[in-house]
Write a protein that binds this ligand. Sequence first.
Ligand code: ZN
Length: 290
Amino acid sequence: MTGEVALSLGASGHSCADPRHLNLPAGPRMRFPAGWALIEHPVQGAILFDCGYGPRARDAMRAGLRWIYRRAIHACSSLHTDAATLLHQRGLTGDDVRMVVVSHFHPDHIGGLAQFAKARFVAHAQAWRHISESGWLGLLHAQIWKELLPEDFAARLQLLDDNGRRALDGDLATLGEGWDLFGDGSLHVIGLPGHARGQIGLALRTRAGERVLLAADAFWRREQLDRQQELPWLTQRVAMDDAGAYRETLRRLARFRDTHPGAWVIPSHCAETLALWRQRHPGAVLEALD
Ligand SMILES: [Zn+2]
């Protein structure tokens, strides 16, 4: 059937945080894999949704304010967990990647972009405008590290704006509006505002017929979708572009999940969701023990 793709999940590095920062019960520090996805499209080839940490993020985190970020969240990444390295498990190199859909511009999502020299990039116009128009303090506050971007990033960038956005239909209708990325119904980009300006997710159907929504950082742990709880004030200050939009996005995703019990809603950093995917799809996870 057309419009269906193969999906593998990857993780390139991780960070750790206190569960109370997400209003979850107290316990040991939780580990958050820096997740991404490989989508193999029958016509368009290899497409990534984000790429985790990577060499440039490691370099950046060696000094100054970036070093403080690394220490604060115990960020960890190494060569053997880089997305471009893990793709070898699929017989692919960085140069085989035709497109990277950038959910948002935080370092744990774009740290490896420079390894994909032949890829086009897709991002929301609002996210790019925010980067282009912010000074260093604004970028620091938004946790955007421009040095992670390839030098020719803008030249390879395709922006999604209001013009191409349409009401979604079928089982995606509850999600509102989105962009049909290739016009073939295989990949729909969904706006997920709140955590970061212009954050986007990706809806697809696998060859096994499963509906999947890659939800980026719309939430971090699957329990959050059930609990729908307010985040602590400090988390809202540090990790939110717009707390109201975050809550609305979370409600929209919960509604989608509730009306489509068989669908996978996969946030970028949920170790438990990754473990469930691994269990149900042996071989469809690209990762290295680190
Ligand atoms: Zn983020």
